[in-house]
Design a protein around this ligand. Sequence first.
Ligand code: TV1
Ligand code: CA
Ligand code: ZN
Length: 393
Amino acid sequence: NNCIERPQGYNVSFHYNSKVEQHHFGKTHPMKPWRLQLTKQLVLGYGLEYAMDMYQTRPATKQEIAIFHDRGYLDFLELVTPNNVDEYRDEQNKYNFGIEFYDCPVFDGMWDYISLYSGATMDAARKVCSGQSNIAINWSGGLHHAKKSSASGFCYVNDIVLAIQYMMQYYSRILYIDIDVHHGDGVEQAFHSTNRVMTLSYHKYAPNEFFPGTGGLDETGPKDTYNEGAHHSLNVPLKDGIDDHEYKELFKVVTGHVIEAYKPQAIVIQCGADSLGGDRLGRFNLNITAHGYCVEFVKATHLPLLIIGGGGYTPRNVARTWTHETALCVGAQLHDDLPWHIPYRRAFSGERNGDGKLYPDLSTVSLKQNQNTAEELHTIVKNVHWEMRYVHS
Ligand code: TV1
Ligand code: CA
Ligand code: ZN
C-alpha cells in the first residue's frame, strides 16, 4: 500500500497533454516522446493521480512563444513540413536546421509537438505563480538548448525560458537548477545579463567531445563586473562515471550555498534523466534515488517549485525516475514491485529491463569508471563558495 499524505493546503499539480507522446523525431533518433506515455502509465499505475491536481493542458499560442523567440524563426517552425522543407533551404541554415539537421529534424506535426510541451510548462508556471500549486510538474518540457532564433540539441523552443520570463512578473529572484547530463546553455544564455535569475547546471563537461561543450567552472556570467548578470551563471562540470554518494554530496553543498547566498523566491528545476546510469547518451552512474535526492532537496526549501523534464534516452528508466520524483513531491513511498496491471509492463520486465522493479540498480550497468577525483570535486565546491561573495539578495 502506498501511503499518500495530502496535508490541507499543500498542492502538487501535474500538467500534461497526451497528444505530445504521439510524435516521432525519426526511427533512430534517441529522443522518444513515447517515454512520456510510459511515465504517465507508471504514475497512474501507482495511483498518484489521487494525490495531485491533474491538468490537461492546451498548446501554447505562437503569441505566447514569441515573448522569447524570434518571429521569423517561429514562422519557419510553424510552416515547415517534411514535404516542403526543400523550399526553406535558407531558413534551415539560418535557424540551425542545416548544420544540426540530424539532432533537430523537421518531422510531421513538429509545431504541434512544440506548442504542446511549451503549453504544459507555461500552464505549470501559471499555477505556481497564482499560488494554486506549491509544486507544478511537466515531464514533457525542459528543452534547455533552444535559443532565441535557433534550434539546438533536440530542442526547438525553450519552454524553460518562457516559464521563467512569466515567473519574473511575480518573483524578483528565481533559481534555475539543471541536472540533465548536458549543460543548460540555452537558459544560461537567455538570462546572461540579469541578476534576477541564477542558473546552476550540473553536467558532463568535455569540450569538443561532449555536447554542447560549454559550461566550464569559470563560466560564471559576463566578465564585465558592472553587468548585472556577472556571477549569476554557475556551472558544475563533471567527468564520466560520477556515483550516487559524490553527486548527492556535491548537490547538497553547492545548491545549499547558492540558496543561502542568493535567497531565491522560487525555484525551477530541470530533471533531465540522462544523468542516470545506463542512459543511452549519458555518462554518469546515478541511481534513481540519487537523482531524486535533488528533488527532495529543493522541495525541502518550501519555495514555490516548478519541475520539468528534459533529456533521458533509456525510456524505461526515464519513466521510473519521473514516477519516483512525482511520488516524492506528493510525499508517497512507492513499492519496489511495479504494479501488475499497467500496460507496457513488458518494457520493465526481464533481467535487462530491471525485472519488474521500480528501483533496479543502475550504478553498475554502464560500467563507466569514475573519472572524478576528490580534489576536482573539492575545487568545484571551493569555486562556487568563493563566487557567492559577489551575490546579494
Ligand atoms: C538522429 C539519429 C540523431 C540518431 C543524434 C547524441 C541522433 C544523436 C542520433 C546525438 C545520436 C547528440 C551532437 C554533433 C553536435 C552534435 C533534451 C557536432 C547516438 C535535452 C542533445 C545532444 C541533448 C545533442 C538534449 C548531441 C538534452 N548526442 N544519434 N546527438 N554536432 N549532438 O553531439 O540535453 O538531453 O546519438
Ligand atoms: Ca545540466
Ligand atoms: Zn541531456
